[in-house]
Structure formats: C-alpha cells, structure tokens
Design a protein around this ligand. Structure first.
Ligand SMILES: Nc1ncnc2c1ncn2[C@@H]1O[C@H](COP(=O)(O)OP(=O)(O)OP(=O)(O)O)[C@@H](O)[C@H]1O
Ligand SMILES: [Mg+2]
Length: 256
C-alpha cells in the first residue's frame, strides 16, 4: 500500500436504472492535498461524493480509505473513521443557535467519541471544542445567533464548522461557495485553504468557479458523463485538449 494515498477508488460505479452516473471511476487522492473534482452539471460529482461518504452504495467497484476497504460502510461509520462531508444544499439546523449547531456536531459525531467524549467531564469539553471550532471559522461573535438569521456566507462557514467539529482527516466539500455573493467567496476559500494547510487534513472540493479551482488545487480530476476525463495539476488541466473540447459546449470555459 502506498502510504501517501489516503483515499482511493477502484472502478467505482453507480447506476440509477439505465443511467450510469459514475462510470468506473478510479482515482487516488494524496494525503494533505487539496484535490478538486470538476465537470459540468450532471457529470456525477455529487454522486461520486455520496459513494465516498457512504450516503449511497455503489453498483460495483470499491472505496479504499487508508488502506482499508470501506465500500459499503454507511455514513455514520465513515464519519467515525474521519471522513467529513458537506452537502450541496445548506444543511444546518435553522432554529438552533450557531453554538448549538456546532456543539451538536461535536457530540453526535466523531472518531474519538467512544474513548473520549463520553467521560463525565465531556460537557465542558464539547463546549470548549465548539468554541475552538467557531473561532477557527470566524463565527465566535455569532455564537448566540439563530442559524437561520445568519447571512448566507456565514451559513456556509457554519456548515464548515459542523464538518470540522469531529476533527475529520478528509473533508468532502460539495460546492461550498454555491449561492454566495462573489465578494464573499475569497474569504471562504481562504478558510478552506487554511484548514487544509494548517494541519493533517486532506480536502476534496467540488467547485464550479474555475478561478478558485485553479488557484487552490494541488490536483484536479475532471469528470464528464460519469467518467474521468483527465486527472492532473491545474497547469496541465488548463492546456488539456480533451478538457477543452468537453467544455466547449459553453458549460463553462477554462479561460483564466
Ligand atoms: N438518486 C438519483 N436517482 C436517479 N438519478 C440520479 C440520482 N442522483 C443523481 N442522478 C443522476 O445522476 C447524474 C449525475 O448527477 P450528480 O448530481 O452526481 O451530478 P453533479 O456532477 O453533481 O452535477 P451538478 O454540477 O449539477 O451538481 C445526473 O444525470 C443525475 O440526474
Ligand atoms: Mg452536484
């Protein structure tokens, strides 16, 4: 086993009736990198993430995490192992405060739960961990506010906080900037980069904004109609002819 690879798929496939949403995808994600998945609408990016996180089961193929086959593990198990994910649609509890949202994520999830969080002193530890996470995502001043009253950009930060709460090793972020005002995007992206660079975390990112992708990614996998069209560094992807051709439908253009 290559110790440098944290997550790997082998011929991963998902069919929905006659539709092949993910078509025998084999990729390798290196530890501590920011690995982007791009591709036009319907390319299979979200379905691929759903397979990685255990939200859905593949038709065939396998998912290997740190050398172990996790293919058919349900999402609560993959979270426990250190795979955290966001959803394309905001996924917070609107009528709880910012603090309560993150504390719930600390309490209910996490790889250290069994051995650490269940101690008698855990209540204080949840609160401390929650404060740390809120500080990290820059929401400490919003702690007492109801989540639904946050501006959209702060809701996306809160989601990031909820993913960080159980201290995952891999973060699967599905369009974290979706629906954000463009002037808020750089701040969230900087935060994601900071999280990835400051420690032991690997980030997989689905993102439609090509400027962002090219700027932050170590590696890019391009999906098209369920298949991997190319996998390379940002510089090489930019000049890849297959990629250029696939995007010439005006879906989006790689002109930076
Ligand atoms: N539960 C489902 N049942 C049937 N078809 C599905 C299901 N989920 C996804 N699909 C189909 O699978 C294909 C891939 O969808 P997916 O959501 O993975 O694409 P995507 O790359 O995330 O697109 P987008 O950029 O729009 O988010 C699409 O044709 C979609 O309609
Ligand atoms: Mg999607």
């Amino acid at each position: 086993m290559d110790n440098d690879i944290i997550l790997e798929t082998k011929n991963l496939r998902k069919e929905f009736g006659g539709l092949v949403a993910v078509d025998d995808v084999s990729i390798k994600v290196r530890k501590h990198t920011l690995h982007a998945i791009i591709g036009p609408n319907g390319a299979g990016k979200t379905t691929f993430f759903n397979l990685l996180s255990g939200n859905i089961e593949p038709t065939s193929g396998s998912v290997i995490y740190k050398g172990n086959d996790i293919t058919n593990l349900p999402i609560h198990r993959t979270i426990h192992l250190g795979i955290g994910r966001s959803f394309q649609i905001t996924n917070i509890f609107p009528n709880l405060t910012v603090f309560e949202n993150v504390r719930l994520a600390c309490q209910s999830l996490g790889k250290d739960n069994a051995k650490f969080w269940r101690r008698a002193s855990s209540f204080e530890q949840y609160n401390q961990r929650t404060s740390d996470v809120l500080h990290r995502v820059g929401l400490e001043k919003r702690a007492a506010q109801l989540a639904r009253t946050l501006p959209h950009g702060d809701q996306r930060k809160l989601e990031l906080g909820m993913i960080l709460a159980p201290d995952p090793e891999v973060l699967l972020l599905d369009e974290p900037t979706a629906g954000m005002a463009s002037e808020q995007v750089p701040e969230l992206i900087a935060l994601i980069q900071e999280i990835q660079q400051s420690g032991d975390k690997t980030v997989m990112l689905v993102e439609h904004n090509m400027n962002v992708v090219m700027q932050v990614s170590d590696m890019i996998t391009v999906m098209h109609q369920g298949k991997v069209l190319a996998e390379d560094t940002p510089a090489a992807i930019t000049t890849n002819e297959d990629v250029q051709t696939a995007y010439l439908g005006g879906l989006y253009q790689l002109d930076m």
